[in-house]
Design a protein around this ligand. Structure first.
Ligand SMILES: [Fe+2]
Ligand SMILES: [Fe+2]
Ligand SMILES: [Fe+2]
Length: 416
């Protein structure tokens, strides 16, 4: 495995997720550009600044529905806590993001509330994101107003010492006199900002780190509704297990695990109300949902400068292809589909059939295998499916374990 640092991985992926985000397109980028400039003005040290920009670039990742989005884009966010807790719980499995999760947990904290708790509970960076976030929302509400900058400044100024931290406001006031500040809100790019900060938190990643980072990305999609809360997690672990049956090396099985975590990442670009629609999708809706596989490829292709990721990207973006060329997004035929792609495709189908959906209950492994044997295996690989069927008991046990583990974690994220 080639050397990869945290920002080599996180920078391009987070940037790409932001640009595909159906709910909050570019909000993370702009908030990060504002927060970064504020953090520099306040002279945070490099580690604090690095944590600030990573937290800013993911701060609303716990907003999962159109309802959440509509709340957060109001001038006053009435119930901010659910998306703050959800966001911080999503990041929890990645040890390097512990402080970042805590910053996100508190990114709507009011200054007067923070006076009653310790700095550790409400890190200072949370206050920077709080103000940066509101500046972006105020700017986007009134974008044609010629006095927009002044109006935004006045709205913030009216709440200094109550909602906003005075130190953060002072930095904002100082910066607001320069054209550079306002221009950079729209021109700074997330991965560019990551590259500007030379922090020790930007450490060299181990294989385990990459797995944990992929797991937190999978939660962004899986946690959008309780029906899919265990999906990518199960696909990931099942793919790793199937890899063993087909003689893959341990490193290749880990790549399958990562591809499983990331295979549906493109769903970030799809209207979430289509993903948990409690009935059949119209043709037009299905065509929209199908785009997720293409988006997965687009998002992950930001990593294609790293040779190590090429197989992972290929498997992930092709998980809905079929051997007769009738799949999507590329309509590739059997000659272009390797064993890894087929493993992921089988893991995806088996996991999905064994999960509850709004329109049906979860199926037993026996029924799921019967459906696949009769209707689906010939589109992927009947021979491979025969091998998979021989391991039914072990697969069943793994899926039950994955679902129980993830649903427990998901429940914690939705408890407030
Ligand atoms: Fe927020
Ligand atoms: Fe926000
Ligand atoms: Fe998919």
């Amino acid at each position: 495995m080639e050397k990869l640092t945290l920002r080599d991985l996180a920078g391009p992926i987070i940037k790409s997720i932001d640009s595909f985000n159906f709910l909050l397109k570019s909000h993370h980028r702009r908030t990060t550009a504002i927060a970064y400039q504020l953090g520099k003005q306040i002279r945070l040290n490099n580690d604090e600044l690095f944590e600030l920009v990573v937290a800013a670039s993911l701060h609303d990742i716990g907003a999962l529905s159109i309802h959440d989005r509509d709340q957060l884009t109001q001038e006053d966010v009435i119930t901010p806590l659910p998306h703050c807790i959800m966001g911080s719980c999503m990041l929890a499995p990645f040890a390097a993001f512990q402080n970042i999760a805590q910053i996100i947990r508190n990114h709507h904290i009011k200054y007067y509330e923070s006076l009653q708790i310790s700095n550790k509970k409400a890190p200072f960076q949370s206050h920077i994101i709080n103000l940066a976030d509101r500046v972006d929302i105020f700017l986007s509400h009134d974008s044609h107003n010629p006095n927009l900058k002044l109006k935004t400044m006045n709205k913030i100024k009216a709440n200094v010492g109550t909602i906003y931290h005075p130190k953060v406001f002072n930095a904002f006031e100082d910066l607001s006199g320069t054209d550079q500040f306002w221009t950079e809100i729209n021109s700074l790019d997330i991965s560019q900002i990551f590259l500007r900060i030379d922090s020790d938190i930007n450490f060299e990643l181990s294989l385990d780190n990459i797995v944990d980072f992929s797991l937190i990305l999978s939660r962004i999609i899986d946690y959008r509704c309780h029906f899919t809360a265990a999906h990518s997690y199960t696909v990931a672990h099942l793919s790793g297990l199937l890899g063993e049956y087909f003689g893959f090396s341990s490193e290749k099985c880990t790549k399958l695990l990562i591809a499983g975590y990331l295979h549906d990442l493109g769903k970030i670009g799809i209207d979430p109300s289509l993903l948990d629609k409690p009935g059949p999708l119209s043709d037009q809706e299905f065509n929209i949902v199908k785009q997720h596989a293409y988006y997965t490829g687009q998002i992950l292709n930001e990593l294609n400068s790293s040779e190590w990721f090429l197989e992972i990207i290929t498997w992930a973006e092709r998980h809905h292809e079929k051997s007769d060329g009738s799949g999507y997004p590329y309509g590739l035929d059997d000659s272009k589909l390797d064993v890894g792609t087929k493993i992921l495709a089988f893991a995806d189908i088996i996991s999905a059939l064994m999960e509850d959906r709004p329109y049906r209950k979860k199926l037993s492994i026996h029924t799921a295998f019967e459906i696949i044997r009769n209707n689906m295996a010939s589109f992927i690989s009947p021979g491979m499916f025969q091998t998979i069927e021989r391991h039914g008991d072990q697969i069943n046990e793994l899926i039950i374990k994955c679902q129980a583990h993830t649903l427990e974690q998901y429940k914690i994220s939705t408890t407030y």
